[in-house]
Design a protein. Structure first.
Length: 305
């Protein structure tokens, strides 16, 4: 899977990075509307009855671009940054796990080994994801945040990602851009354990006897990607709810305290507000992510290796 030698290893890392970026772009355009609905339901659960109500209300008030596709620019930046780093780091961490477990190539890693590599890779991607996702979440919930302070005659003011970034930096400095980093670690690292573990285990199950899992075909690759995505979000959704609350509402409390406050005031199920739109968006989004990643990687490997 990874070639030998310094030059070959560098090329493989670049290919992983570029393929991850392409997969991240595809993921955003497929998933952004349901991601917006998820963030709104997580941070303002009292305003919406369910996923359909939130989707239709958002579309009627703000339309397709400013409503359901709000935060697309930072989402693209976030996902390209995250997926380029996480897939490049995943390849490097696969090599590390193979070395530690004394396996000659990463092709011989088990699903558990790959899950461990994903867990380690997510540590690095969290630093790139946290600031960009902070801007994305704030833009997605902008209407609801402003409505709490508006008078009857005032209108919601739209703000660009750049202007919002400047506003945060002026008010809070660089630390303000990393609000929610701890909860991002708590979400990303176990999340990517299940993400890559579920993906690799499903690829092994779908491979015919004697067939390499890299050759199971695009449809089966999409199924494996969807399984990985569902495994990720089901496992870590409470941490994502807490992260969204901290980022959107600019909370300064620890994630443990925020989580306990949600549990005491709103009940256990509040920690799963927005799970339905998340699963709805995750199945096609991660299916597309992995098929774009795997096949662009295969094409670039054939061209440049």
């Amino acid at each position: 899977m990874h070639g030998k030698g310094e030059g070959s290893g560098f090329k493989t890392g670049v290919i992983d990075l570029v393929a991850g970026s392409l997969g991240g772009i595809a993921l955003v355009y497929v998933s952004q509307p349901m991601d917006t609905v998820k963030v709104k339901m997580q941070t303002f659960p009292h305003l919406y009855q369910n996923m359909i109500d939130c989707t239709t209300s958002t579309f009627k008030r703000d339309g397709f671009i400013r409503g359901l596709y709000a935060g697309t620019v930072p989402a693209l930046i976030a996902n390209v940054a995250e997926n380029s780093v996480v897939f490049a780091a995943y390849g490097a961490c696969q090599n590390l796990v193979a070395t530690v477990s004394r396996k000659p190539t990463v092709a011989e890693l088990t699903a558990l080994d790959n899950a461990t590599a994903g867990f380690l890779a997510a540590f690095f991607s969290s630093f790139t994801l946290c600031p960009t996702e902070l801007i994305k979440c704030k833009l997605q919930a902008l209407r609801e945040v402003q409505q709490t302070n508006l008078t009857a005659n005032e209108k919601v003011r739209h703000i660009s990602p750049y202007a919002l970034t400047k506003q945060i930096l002026r008010a809070e400095g660089i630390p303000g851009m990393f609000r929610g980093l701890t909860s991002t670690f708590a979400r990303e690292m176990p999340g990517y354990f299940f993400f890559f573990g579920g993906y690799e285990a499903t690829r092994e199950l779908l491979a015919k006897p004697g067939q390499p899992k890299d050759e199971i075909g695009p449809l089966n690759t999409m199924v494996a990607g969807a399984v990985g995505g569902v495994a990720l979000w089901t496992a870590i959704f409470p941490a994502d709810v807490i992260k969204s609350r901290i980022q959107v509402q600019s909370l300064t409390h620890s994630m443990t305290r925020v989580g306990m406050d949600i549990f005491r005031k709103e009940g256990f199920l509040a920690l799963y507000n927005g799970l339905q739109p998340t699963i709805v968006r995750t199945i096609p989004a991660t299916a597309v992510l992995f098929v774009v990643y795997e096949y662009s990687k295969k094409l670039m490997t054939e061209l440049f290796m």
